[in-house]
Ligand binder design. Structure first.
Ligand code: COA
Length: 435
């Protein structure tokens, strides 16, 4: 260990309370996504807000996994929350108007932090410092460096349980204004068993994925089931927004080698990670998995450089033309755009590429059809009819690209739940979509 960096570390080390005491009223505070959120500093800020007359704080977050007093009633006069993805505890906050939400593509987030929304204060979780003076943003890498770029004050929360990962999410002790040591246990994502329906959809998609393909798996039960069904394949690659449990399993069983990728050969690349403690051990200093900026990963041009790129993402509602709503239930925000459209576009532009949008045909014990004649009033469209290629339910695959409106409507009705097909046909006729 170079003593210079050790001395600098010691000089910058403070308590969480001392750090948040340095945050002026009216500051815009930013923290990385998911496990990268600096939860001890965030909670210390909440305590300061409770104890003192703090005002005008704008607190930006992206996928908060741990609840905090900061989101509870009583903070309204002191701070405003802005959520860049309606997931985790931010979902309730957005839906109850405790937090505002920021629409946007995930890939544009770094640029927005550089050019549109300057952070005054940045605080993020990192792994312990290495002998060269570097910390790693690890599983929260995706936007972290761009959020901190223009910040007036940069603080780190050094967590011994937080894995050091390879890739571009590094920050040097000389760049920061303060750090605290705090090692809360990392949140884990329960590995939900694959349901019968998930397995059916998973097989439909996996059957179409060739050996050597590069894959992206989105959030939800179906993308996980596809991953599970890919374990018998060979020479797959991973280029994805999120790194999850099934991706680790695909690497462990040898199905993923990353040998056929156009970029980042022999390495899986992702922006953030979430899973079990086993996953956190797996990514620790693993040269086979790199965490990088989301701007690079979710760029459709980079995605399309890989031949046979396959993207698999889930959705909440689709209409008969193939307009996809993956982020709201009616007008109620439920999730975010994330990288869904960018991966659809990248996969569509890849030589031999395929993009799948998956969903169960129904929700709420078969009482609601997720395939609708028109999207529910207020739905937030994630992928347009012109982007979407294949929609998959437990009843099959509807191929939409290169198909007319009436061919699309027929294909969508065929993959709807049988209880709703007649009604969908009736509505399609009423709209003159089918004769
Ligand atoms: N109407 C009413 N309720 C609906 C519904 C609809 N059309 N569709 C789903 N729901 C309900 C489900 O019944 C379920 O309720 P429950 O929790 O009470 O069981 C809940 O909403 C979640 O639906 P589910 O299908 O289980 O979601 P999921 O966990 O598979 O996630 C998305 C699906 C679309 C929310 C998720 O993939 C997402 O956030 N996508 C957008 C971002 C993205 O794709 N990023 C990709 C790059 S990583």
């Amino acid at each position: 260990m170079d003593m210079k960096w050790q001395d600098m570390y010691a000089a910058k080390k403070k308590s969480a309370e001392e750090i948040v005491a340095m945050i002026p009223n009216g500051s815009r505070c930013a923290t990385p996504c998911g496990l990268g959120e600096a939860v001890t500093l965030r909670d210390a800020l909440a305590e300061r807000a409770i104890a003192e007359d703090l005002s005008g704080i704008e607190h930006h977050l992206l996928l908060t996994l741990v609840d905090s007093k900061i989101y509870h009633p009583g903070m309204e006069d002191k701070m405003k929350h802005v959520s860049w993805f309606t997931g985790g505890f931010a979902r309730k906050a957005v839906q109850t108007n405790t937090a505002e939400y920021m629409p946007g593509f995930y890939k544009d987030t770094p640029r927005m932090w550089r050019e549109e929304v300057k952070a005054d204060i940045f605080y993020g979780t990192v792994s312990p410092m290495d002998k060269h003076g570097y910390f790693s943003f690890g599983l929260g890498t995706s936007t972290a460096r761009d959020q901190m770029l223009n910040a007036d004050l940069i603080f780190l929360e050094v967590n011994e349980n937080f894995p050091r990962t390879q890739g571009t999410g590094m920050v040097h002790v000389s760049e920061i204004d303060g750090l605290c040591e705090s090692s809360p246990t990392l949140v884990t994502l329960p590995n939900t068993p694959i349901s019968e329906k998930d397995a059916i959809v998973g097989e439909f998609i996996a059957d179409r994925i060739p050996d050597g393909a590069t894959i992206q798996l989105g959030i939800g039960g179906i993308p996980n089931a596809v991953g599970d069904a890919l374990k018998s394949k060979q020479g797959l690659g991973i280029h994805s927004e999120m790194f999850n449990e099934v991706m680790m399993e695909l690497m462990e069983c040898g199905a993923v080698t990353n040998a056929n990728k156009a970029m980042d050969k022999y390495k899986s690349v992702a922006g953030f990670g979430l899973g079990s403690t086993k996953l956190y051990d797996f990514v620790e200093d693993n040269p086979g998995v790199e965490f990088r900026s989301i701007e690079y990963l979710n760029d459709p041009y980079n995605i399309a450089k890989h031949d046979n790129f396959v993207s698999i993402n889930a959705t909440l509602e689709v209409d008969l033309l193939g307009q996809v709503c993956s982020e709201s239930i009616g007008s109620k925000p439920f999730s975010g755009t994330g990288g869904q459209l960018d991966y659809v576009r990248g996969a569509n532009a890849s030589k031999g590429g395929q993009s799948f949008i998956s969903t169960y045909s129904t929700a709420k014990n078969d009482t609601i059809t997720k395939i609708k004649p028109i999207l529910t009033h207020g739905a937030h469209v994630t992928c347009s009819k012109n982007d979407v290629d294949m929609i998959v339910t437990e009843y099959g695959i509807a191929k939409l690209k290169g198909r007319t409106a009436s061919q699309r409507a027929k294909a969508m009705i065929e993959i709807a739940h049988p209880d709703f097909r007649e009604e969908l046909e009736f509505e399609a006729k009423k709209m003159n979509m089918i004769p």
